[in-house]
Ligand binder design. Structure first.
Ligand code: BG6
Length: 516
């Protein structure tokens, strides 16, 4: 008798699509003259307008200390669009439309009067562009200003919890705090002025198409999930390698280091997407509940464990892609005796039924030989090989590699028979490449995330408990390293894959880093 299979649970019913309406809105950017605004935000806003994804009733207001007229800020906008490689379609009419609804207000971030001026300007433009009182504030400033900005906005009557019927949202950039205590303090400060449902803590990794594809690969296919666990997975390696150095951000990086800059946020986001349980749906609550749950399940690193689960490095002079580059300590704005790490590797385990005993190795560094972000699921070996050892040329085992960037795609490594009369075996690859398959370039992560905020969709933003859980993982490591200043830096040459201690971290488990 024929039976009808029950419909599979599809968690993608609503989320992860570009459908959904945006409402009229004013977007206010704090730190409008800064690097992030010019390199990322303005081109992303232009792309949204060009693609007609931004609402028809829309305006942008830049706010920063630097005195500028509207026209000067509009020039910043056109220059940044012209310079950006993330702009897909050069459309003079679309740019002109955006230029015409872009304004600038100069003022000190700590000055009440500046926020009164901003409020007056916002009221004026709200009427002019019919944006119905809807406001998004984007903090693209140094992190130390986020709390103050929210307090001043509140003081000027520009933000309040649960504003209705018009909406008020704040997009808060990373780094969100510099340790667990400051992240908690920032959360509680922000939450006095706005509700959690109004705060959009941004991590641009969640806006990357390939990062979202981790979810689709896992939860829209029936074949991966049954083997996505401790019975089949031997270990997981997450690499966030950059060939760039610190790009003139010496004083920022001195205060930050690789753990705060990349591991606490981008790398742990990747780990949570790989490790999380399937959410019931991709609405912001269900999805983030699962994402936070897995971070909370990461085995806490105690001060006594730090030496055995975390290693740090700092690059010295070397050469990257054929160019000689200086060491970290020689970079402008860096203390010549700095012990700020530019590389770190961690061994983490997740204490739950799915992952007990499976190590997750995470590494990130500046001035690596190349830029590559990859998640590799290493599967357990076949329990018995019925072939003679001599016939196995280069056994690779089974690895599912999710390439997040730059060659976006998924590769399955497995062993195959070499053609010929004998049973010779060699590692081969099966490849899916994003660019080749879809033939379109990705939207920039900022574009996607600003659009989601316009739509009121918090799914791809961090929740208060999420950032705090991530800080809780790295906090003991940061504390231990801050108090142990006796570290021999530099310990890797620019253009190499990091310090020897990172290799030892895996060698202790009988494993080695993938050669990328
Ligand atoms: C940022 C860090 O958050 O992410 C930078 O501050 C880093 O130091 C960057 O270079 C990496 O992002 P992406 O998208 O280039 O991998």
């Amino acid at each position: 008798m024929a039976t009808t299979a029950p419909p599979l649970v599809n968690p993608f019913r609503e989320g992860l699509s570009l459908e959904g309406a945006t409402q009229p809105v004013q977007l206010v950017i704090f730190g409008a003259s800064g690097d992030l605004t010019q390199r990322k935000l303005l081109p992303a806003i232009y792309n949204l307008c060009q693609a007609k994804l931004a609402p028809p009733a829309f305006s942008v207001i830049g706010f920063a200390r630097q005195p500028m007229t509207d026209d000067q800020f509009r020039k910043v906008l056109t220059d940044s669009v012209a310079a950006s490689s993330e702009v897909r379609v050069r459309d003079a009419a679309a740019l002109q439309q955006l230029v015409e609804c872009t304004h600038y207000v100069a003022g000190d971030f700590h000055d009440d009067a500046a926020y009164a001026t901003l409020r007056d300007a916002m009221q004026r433009y709200d009427r002019q562009y019919a944006t119905n009182g809807n406001r998004i504030f984007y903090t693209a400033t140094p992190a130390s200003l986020y709390g103050d900005i929210a307090a001043h906005l509140h003081g000027a009557g520009l933000v309040k919890p649960g504003e209705q019927p018009s909406f008020v949202r704040m997009i808060v950039e990373k780094p969100f705090g510099r340790d667990l205590a400051s992240a908690k303090a920032l959360n509680s400060e922000l939450l006095t002025y706005v509700g959690e449902d109004q705060i959009y803590r941004i991590d641009h990794y969640l806006g990357k198409e390939t990062v979202q594809n981790i979810l689709v690969l896992r939860f829209a296919n029936g074949i991966f999930e049954p083997i996505w666990n401790r019975r089949y997975v031997d270990s997981v390696q997450i690499t966030v390698a950059e060939s760039l150095g610190i790009e003139g951000r010496g004083s920022f990086y001195e205060e930050t280091g690789v753990v705060r800059d990349v591991i606490q946020n981008h790398a742990l986001q990747l780990m949570s997407l790989v490790g999380m349980e399937p959410p019931v749906s991709f609405d912001a609550h269900d999805f983030r509940d699962e994402k936070v749950r897995v971070v909370k399940a990461i085995h806490p690193v105690t001060p006594a464990d730090v030496a055995s689960v975390a290693v740090r490095g700092q690059y010295g002079p070397g050469s990257v892609a054929g160019d000689r580059v200086v060491g970290y300590r020689q970079e402008p704005g860096v203390d010549p005796n700095s012990i700020t790490p530019t590389y770190a590797a961690l061994r983490l385990v997740i204490d739950n039924w799915r992952w007990a005993g499976v190590p997750f190795y995470i590494r990130s560094g500046k001035r690596m030989p190349k830029r590559i972000t990859e998640i590799a699921m290493q599967f357990k070996e076949a329990p018995h090989l019925p072939f003679r050892k001599a016939e196995v040329e280069t056994p690779g085992g089974n690895v599912l590699a999710l390439q997040i960037q730059p060659d976006e795609g998924v590769t399955l490594h497995f062993d195959a028979k070499v053609p010929g009369p004998s049973m010779r075996i060699r590692a081969v690859e099966m490849d899916f490449n994003y660019g080749e398959t879809f033939g379109v370039s990705d939207a920039s992560p900022y574009e996607r995330l600003i659009l989601d905020c316009m739509k009121g969709d918090q799914t791809l933003f961090d929740r208060a408990d999420g950032v705090e859980a991530a800080w809780a993982i790295v906090d003991p490591i940061l504390t231990a390293w801050a108090s142990d200043k006796d570290v021999k830096f530099p310990n890797y040459d620019a253009g190499t894959w990091g310090p020897a201690v990172a290799d030892e971290l895996l060698a202790r488990d009988g494993r080695s880093w993938r050669r990328l």
